[in-house]
Design a protein around this ligand. Sequence first.
Ligand code: ATP
Length: 353
Amino acid sequence: MAYMVEIKDITRRYGNINALDKINLSIMKGEIFTIIGPNGSGKTTALRIMAGIDRPTSGEVYFDGVKVDEGNMSKIRTKSTMVFQKTALFNTTVYKNIAYGLKLRGFSKKEIEEKVKDGLKIVSLEDYENRWAKKLSGGEQQRVSLARALVLNTELLLLDEPTANLDPMNVSIIEETISWVNRERKTTVVMATHNMFQAENLTNRAALLLEGKIREIGTTQEIFKDPSEYFISFARTENVFSGISKILKEGTSVINVGDGVLIEAVPKKSGKIRLFVRSEDIVLSRNPIISSARNTFNGRIVGISDLKSLVKLKVNVGKEFVVQVTKRSFTEMQLNVGTEVYITFKASSVHVI
Ligand code: ATP
């Protein structure tokens, strides 16, 4: 098996905190691997060590079969690129931001021009060259950061929460870009996320990191099919329901999750099952909408929490669902606790576990 990066028995201590506690991870060449975990579980620390930006307190790191040490660390650092959670773009144009790393690597002006154009095309920001980077929206800035990493075309791409706090459109562009770069360029990708749905969507293998320890590792299919207690307690955060499923004549299933809520799903399964729906996949409206989506429920907003560019709403439709809307939609739709709303999602957005 050819490994891009392996970390063996890594511990990273900060004072008396073990940010990582004897972890082992082997990332295969050409795969997309996700490290799933809540805030503070050690995801960023693990990525920084893989990128050669940080050194472990104890343990060993191998990059492409070579043991990383002080002597070869700076060389190995050029073979990977890390996109940080908090975008730090330079206060200049988008072009100069993306061109910077290429200039350092000695590309000609013409090559830089071509690569910047390509990079912007990949993240769907054509014609943004002359825009001022820091004036862009959070999602666009994150896409510029991704383009800045992609133009370097390194063997390993490390992404720290690439879609945290972004709206669904930016999330889907970034997710598509990650799939594309892995599929077309065969770039190995390691992504940290607290969003397990993203892990399921994008990747073949994942590890669950809790308080610096790896609690579960395997293919996403294995993890989601037969989730461990650790995974269930971590996943229980949003839109996870248990119910009894029946196969319908139409070839889908309907799951009775109680309190009058019947959810239609694509997987054909009968009997007791557990399901979840990503909050990003739920459309919120003030009136019922006519669409192809199979699931529409009427209820009231019972809770509101304000994230930076997004607002998270709890909607009670018999069961409580968590739904995300952009701050702009929240204001324009004049939403508040008690507002009557409809939630709509497709049968294909229902994940059966
Ligand atoms: P988040 O999603 O919030 O970024 P994370 O899973 O990426 O979290 P880390 O940033 O790796 O977690 O942090 C793991 C632990 O190590 C936390 O307790 C954090 O406070 C601590 N830590 C990380 N970096 C440092 C540092 N430079 N100095 C001291 N403590 C640190």
